[in-house]
Write a protein of this length. Structure first.
Length: 343
């Protein structure tokens, strides 16, 4: 019976370490980095960047680089390749966990702000009494200020992590005692409850008011605005689906289970962590599948890139041919001059 358990544990460890933590983590990391680049290309184009909601998606895509690198890539090195620096160097442990939590929270907060932005845009179209407030909330200048305030908030609200995190029992986590209990509650509220709950509330309200707008004789919400609403709805609900398993599993383990982790528990942690990073990793592909305008704009950007590249190569070839012709003409003219000097 013991030999059977050892064999099962070895198999689970192999799956967790070599298949999930090494290859799947790195595959999602690579796909996510490429997708984030494509997101920036599309949202920075003239058609999209004129909309204030695109600023949230641009900030979200930039944050994905840090989120995937400091988060998933380092986790792959730690869990898959045994480069466990954060279990040996205290400063590295504090700094890395701080930025991991900042990036993770910032992603959810930016999506929440995008949901509020779309709600305000729909309310603005309904010609309500407080329409001027909703108009101000959807302005690009206001959006820039909100993004800066959101980043500042995420940096400040996690400032306790580099102070009270420490290495204990080969793990970098919150200090034992009252702080660990408070941190577990804080993590559950700020990461698993508040952002997803706010997203769901504002998205449901947005859908409800969209139905009212369709009854108007002259609706003032353009097709482009609807496309951004679809983007926000799709990504908000995917964020809820992808993040809750990891946050709940982490809360249960650190709060109620203080025993040593078995291989099955480590496998569950590795899988839920992978699912959590699928949200930033697959954002581009989610946008492409759910929104036709995003898909068309990406195809248009690719065509322009290849056409520009072909025009540059063609122009270079033409200049090269002209240069060769000029050299040939110059050599023909110089021949009689040399002969006349000999005579």
């Amino acid at each position: 019976m013991t030999n059977t358990n050892v064999t099962i544990d070895d198999t689970i460890e192999f799956i967790r370490k070599y298949i999930i933590c090494r290859w799947l983590y790195l595959i999602v990391f690579g796909i996510g980095i490429i997708g984030s680049i494509f997101n920036l290309i599309v949202f920075c184009r003239k058609k999209f960047r004129s909309n204030s909601c695109s600023i949230y998606f641009i900030a979200y895509s930039i944050n994905n680089f840090m989120n995937l690198t400091v988060g998933l890539f380092i986790w792959s090195l730690t869990l898959g390749f045994n480069l466990d620096l954060e279990y040996k160097i205290v400063i590295y442990c504090k700094i890395r966990r701080y930025f991991t939590h900042v990036n993770y929270l910032l992603s959810s907060c930016l999506l929440t702000m995008a949901s509020i932005n779309r709600y305000a845009r729909v309310r603005q179209a309904q010609l309500t009494e407080n329409r001027h407030r909703y108009i101000a909330l959807c302005k690009r200048r206001t959006t820039y200020i909100i993004v800066i305030l959101t980043i500042t908030f995420c940096l400040l609200v996690n400032i306790h992590i580099p102070i009270f995190f420490e290495i204990s029992e080969n793990d970098c986590y919150a200090r034992m005692g009252v702080y660990r209990i408070l941190f577990d509650v804080y993590f559950l509220v700020f990461y698993a409850l508040c952002p997803p709950l706010l997203m769901v509330i504002f998205n449901i309200a947005t859908v409800k008011h969209i139905r009212c707008i369709k009854k108007l004789i002259n609706p003032t919400v353009s097709r482009r605005e609807y496309n951004f609403i679809v983007l926000v709805l799709a990504h908000s609900f995917s964020n809820v689906i992808f993040t809750i398993p990891y946050t709940v599993n982490k809360f249960i383990y650190y709060t109620f289970d203080n025993t040593k982790l078995s291989e099955k528990d480590k496998l569950v942690n590795a899988v839920t962590l992978l699912i959590a990073f699928m949200n930033p990793g697959f954002s581009f592909y989610l946008y492409t599948l759910t929104t036709k305008s995003f898909r068309d704009e990406f195809i248009r950007a690719c065509k322009e890139f290849f056409l520009r590249k072909n025009s540059y190569s063609l122009r270079y070839k033409i200049n090269d041919i002209k240069r060769q012709q000029n050299n040939a003409i110059g050599s023909r003219v110089s021949i009689p001059i040399i002969l006349s000097e000999k005579y």
